[in-house]
Design a protein around this ligand. Structure first.
Ligand code: ADP
Ligand code: MG
Length: 264
């Protein structure tokens, strides 16, 4: 990390910057001012009890949720809004779609299109949104399928695949958009235990290749082994953050200790 010639201007390659993010559902504030910074090539894991706001945080980051305060920036660009004077105005759907294309999202529940083959699932957005020529989209999809260990499944339908295979297709589909960052929301939580490893292995490979990733997970082994940084959330705030080994082995806050004593 270096500092540019311009005094005080950090030259670190910040990909995602979340500042003072607030989100409420009706009267309930579920994000109460969240700050985080994701650097290029960083793997950030987020842990925390159910209901602590982890999914809402990821969904707010690519504007699947309107936010009530703070801001999200991707490569320095405001996500979801533009400024009109001092007011935030929500972007149009087309602009939102363009921004979302730069953030790959992988959900717990795969969300593949059931009526499309694996190949069609992966090429749909690159051809439709990015206007990549069909032949090129197809050859890229095959390379991605190879990367997630499913080169022989291109012509299968999702229902013909195991959960672990479906989730690996979902990862390939997100990667096909060449996102700046991948957001994973408990990608292995819906899987039978024996299928978790194959998905985590793919994610480890992506991390090793330098992909920028934010991963909400209950897989503490993955967090300890792969993450560069770990955030513990509870009650809509980041309670503790740091190097994963420090946070997991030597938590400073009582709430972190209580949570870890239940899951480790
Ligand atoms: P986590 O992913 O950490 O389990 P969530 O972000 O899903 O937590 O949820 C945080 C809180 O927000 C929970 O209390 C949840 O019930 C509430 N919540 C999430 N989505 C909605 C919604 N669409 N409408 C109302 N409440 C919601
Ligand atoms: Mg969740």
């Amino acid at each position: 990390m270096s500092t540019s010639a311009v005094e005080g201007t950090p030259e670190r390659d910040v990909v995602v910057q979340v500042t003072g993010l607030r989100k409420r559902f009706g009267p309930v504030e579920v994000l109460k001012g969240v700050d985080l910074t994701v650097l290029h090539g960083e793997v950030m894991c987020i842990i925390g009890p159910s209901g602590s706001g982890k999914s809402t945080l990821l969904r707010s980051m690519n504007h699947l949720e309107e936010i009530d305060g703070g801001r999200v920036e991707l490569d320095g660009e405001l996500i979801g809004y533009r400024m009109r004077g001092h007011r935030y105005v929500t972007l149009r759907e087309k602009q939102l779609a363009a921004q979302r294309a730069r953030m790959g999202m992988v959900f717990q529940s795969f969300n593949l299109f059931p009526h499309m083959t694996v190949m069609q699932n992966i090429t749909e957005s690159p051809t439709g949104v990015l206007k990549v020529p069909a032949a090129e989209a197809k050859s890229r999809a095959l390379a991605l399928l190879d990367r997630v260990g499913l080169a022989d499944k291109a012509n299968n339908y999702p229902r013909q695949l195991s959960g672990g295979q479906q989730q690996r297709v979902a990862i390939a589909r997100a990667l096909a958009m060449q996102p700046r960052v991948m957001l994973f929301d408990e990608p292995t939580s819906a899987l039978d235990p024996e299928l978790v490893g194959e998905v985590l292995d793919v994610m480890k490979g992506l991390a090793k290749d330098g992909l920028t990733m934010v991963v909400v997970t209950h897989e503490m082994g993955f967090a300890r082994e792969v993450a560069d940084s770990l955030l513990f959330m509870d009650g809509g705030v980041v309670v503790e953050r740091g190097n994963p080994r420090d946070v997991l082995l030597n938590p400073q806050k009582q709430r972190t200790k209580d949570f870890l004593s239940k899951v480790l």
